[in-house]
Design a protein around this ligand. Structure first.
Ligand code: NAD
Ligand code: UD1
Length: 341
């Protein structure tokens, strides 16, 4: 079976993908600088699957270190998760975001070329559709105007991959545009572990429910949606991880660039999330309605037909599953990976 290198593999999506790849019989090598994660996540991946992961502490911008990883392992494909992802921070520190995100991509492509590794899957985002495109988003739409440096790094990296694949007919690139990943592995052993105050909705909800934060502020209830709150395409992280397993099979037998949305195609509102979370978990999530957050769109969701047709992938988990699994992880790990058992 093939060996897959997960750049940024100790993070939220990387660790869940490692589990699904190991379960599907792939060998996994992970490299991470732990700037937003902990080696504990990979230890737990090994515990869940009963299989080993070869883990490197490495900065993905370090070409020499990458060359060593490619020398020491026979890598068939790379999944590039390594990146900074906090939208607000990217506005305050744009150069940090451009430097880290773009350089990780360039270093991976350069060292892959030297090592003769031709297959790469990239973690892109629905944010590249920008503000102009109508919903649901389709892969054939042009990339739009992004609203923040984080989004621009994703759009620029997509362009870099496309240009690299045009210049090298042997290169096989898959750009995966994630919608809103939430939830955790059903074991409750791995999950999302944000540092400091969470920026995203679900970790904020779980931290209110567990008593770490007093209340959730819902950003706006005057949007033109069914209940006035924003609508998003929330996807269970295990479904997302399984999408990567399908993408690995595809990238190995392909060349050129292919783009896929990974979403459910069904949007839910912020109120839906709060109400479902309270109902399935039997806990209260104190909340107030506040001002709109700058840059938020009223609604966006995927057209998920292309991934269904070409990758043979469909989401299986419900919003109830997402809320239950997110809570299970938070309850079992109130401090994330910081006080491991
Ligand atoms: P995460 O922060 O949990 O994982 C990213 C990992 O990359 C972390 O473990 C971090 O330590 C590592 N990393 C960052 N820079 C690095 C560097 N220079 N060298 C080595 N390791 C480095 O985030 P995630 O939610 O798992 O996201 C994974 C990818 O998916 C990111 O590229 C993110 O932008 C993208 N994405 C995430 C979401 C989401 O909602 N979580 C949505 C769309 C796209
Ligand atoms: C955010 C990013 C987007 C990125 C995506 C996945 C912004 C503007 N966009 O999308 O670039 O691709 O994450 O990582 O940050 N909400 C609240 N209260 C909160 C937190 C969130 O009401 O405390 C609402 C938001 O207004 C939004 C929804 O919950 O309507 C989801 O928010 P979030 O989880 O931050 O994701 P997005 O904004 O969709």
């Amino acid at each position: 079976m093939a060996t897959i290198l997960l750049a940024g593999g100790a993070g939220y999506i990387g660790s869940h993908t490692a589990v699904e790849l190991l379960n599907a019989g792939y060998d996994v090598v992970a490299a991470d600088n732990f700037s937003n994660s902990s080696p504990e996540s990979i230890r737990r991946v090994e515990e869940i699957t009963g299989k080993p992961v070869k883990l490197y502490e490495a900065d993905i911008r370090d070409n020499a270190k990458l060359a060593q990883i490619f020398r020491e392992n026979s890598i068939d494909a790379v999944i590039h998760f390594a990146g900074l992802k906090a939208v607000g921070e990217s506005v305050a520190k744009p150069l940090k975001y451009y430097r880290n995100n773009i350089d990780t991509t360039l270093s991976l492509l350069e060292t892959m070329q030297e090592a003769g590794v031709r297959n790469i899957i990239f973690s892109s985002s629905a944010t590249v559709y920008g503000e102009e495109n109508p919903v649901p988003y389709l892969e054939t739409m042009q990339r739009g105007v992004c609203t923040n440096p984080y989004g621009w790094t994703k759009a620029m990296m997509e362009q870099i991959f496309e240009d690299a694949a045009k210049a090298d007919p042997m290169l096989s690139v898959i750009l995966l545009r994630y919608f809103n990943p939430i939830g955790a592995h059903p074991s409750g052993r791995i999950g999302e572990d944000p540092l400091g105050i969470p920026n995203n909705l679900m970790p904020y909800v779980t931290q209110v429910a567990v008593g770490k934060r007093e209340f959730l502020t819902i950003f706006g209830n005057d949007y033109p949606t069914k209940d006035g709150t924003c609508m998003r395409d929330y996807i269970h992280v295990v479904d997302l991880a399984k999408g990567h397993v399908k993408a690995v099979a595809y990238v190995l037998g392909h060349s050129g660039t292919e783009v896929f949305n990974l979403g459910t195609g069904t949007p839910y509102s912020v109120n839906d999330i709060v109400n479902t979370f309270e109902r399935v978990n039997g806990v209260k999530v104190a909340h107030v309605y506040g001002d709109r957050r700058a840059g938020d769109l009223p609604e966006f969701y995927a057209n998920a037909d292309k991934a269904a047709a070409l990758l043979d992938w469909k989401t299986e988990k419900t919003l109830e599953d997402m809320c239950r699994d997110a809570w299970n992880w938070q309850k079992q790990n109130p401090d994330g990976y910081r006080n491991p058992d």
